[in-house]
Ligand binder design. Sequence first.
Ligand code: NAD
Length: 375
Amino acid sequence: MSDQFSLLILPGDGIGTEVMAEVRKVIGWFGDKRGLSFSIDEDLVGGCAYDAHGTPLTDATMAKAQAADAVLLGAVGGPAYDNLDFSVKPERGLLRLRKEMDLFANLRPAQCFDALADFSSLKREVVAGLDILIVRELTSGVYFGEPRGIHADDNNPDNEGGRVGVNTQRYTSGEIRRVARAAFELAKKRGNRVCSMEKANVMESGILWREEVQWVHDNEYPEVELTHMYADNGAMQLVRRPSQFDVIVTDNLFGDILSDAAAMLTGSLGMLPSASLGAPAANGRPKALYEPVHGSAPDIAGQGKANPIACILSFAMALRYSFDKGADADLLERAVEKVLADGARTADLMGPEGGTPVSTSEMGDRILQALDALA
Ligand code: NAD
């Protein structure tokens, strides 16, 4: 009997519901045609949860997320909620999920489909076929370190303006080791190479980072290739020759910047999936939240214009990283590649070379047809 995977689906607001409807079709296909067995629950998050319950995430939904093998989220937010109190804004639902599930490893693939290589700001030959994964530490580092704040710079008459702003880059060895383990595990499911990025040349926290990543490698993952690079050089290399990388692991601040830069290597926001992983549960599967990088896109919501591929590729990540179904994930990515190569384009992908305009649901249907053709 095959494993049963529990999946909590949170479509959210705006185009979140539209793109998730296409993911539901894809999930159905993998159930029917590949014998994968999912127990699916669906619930509210964000503005729609606020409308129904007065909170962007109820305790009951939070509990379901903690119990699920994976959570798949669409997007949250919209102009109707812009003036709500900070404590009940739609984004608070998302932040609560990330915090309470302790999702410390954020995964952002930068994958360039051949048919879209001309969308990149870099030359086609630099990005065509690109497939890298940036693993960013998400719950510590300079965004959280204490002390922090802005205060008077007493007894410093030379400071024009008289104030000082402080943030603290702080990492424990345990925080570094756990995200390093996540990166090595991921590399084993891909190209078996990890490049760790920090600034060990000027920061003590960078020296600790480098030593701890090396320790995890030497003691637990000697079979994975590990290199180290200063993060500023890493930024240069990402735009010079991105294909040299497989998995990049880095801290919260550098990861924030490097993953946004890498995203633009591949073109449209409607194409970018992400995952956030936590510690492995008793069944060995990590706590996991999969979501497209884009938001609820109120400017196109309800018009059938949204590109569902980012959300569909987020489900492919769930297949690969939560359910250990790498071959099925590959199949889904190849189906997306085929549909794009055949010329189907939602409005966001319509470039000067043209293509066949398709709606959100037509894009989903074409991906199902491609799955049938490739399976
Ligand atoms: P956005 O990502 O929603 O949209 C930015 C632009 O990209 C828009 O022009 C939109 O039409 C386009 N776009 C985004 N996704 C697309 C897709 N799948 N297909 C085609 N076009 C797409 O960002 P925004 O406009 O800054 O924010 C809108 C709302 O979404 C806000 O309420 C914001 O707070 C929220 N938001 C949520 C998340 C999330 O849920 N993770 C992330 C970012 C923004």
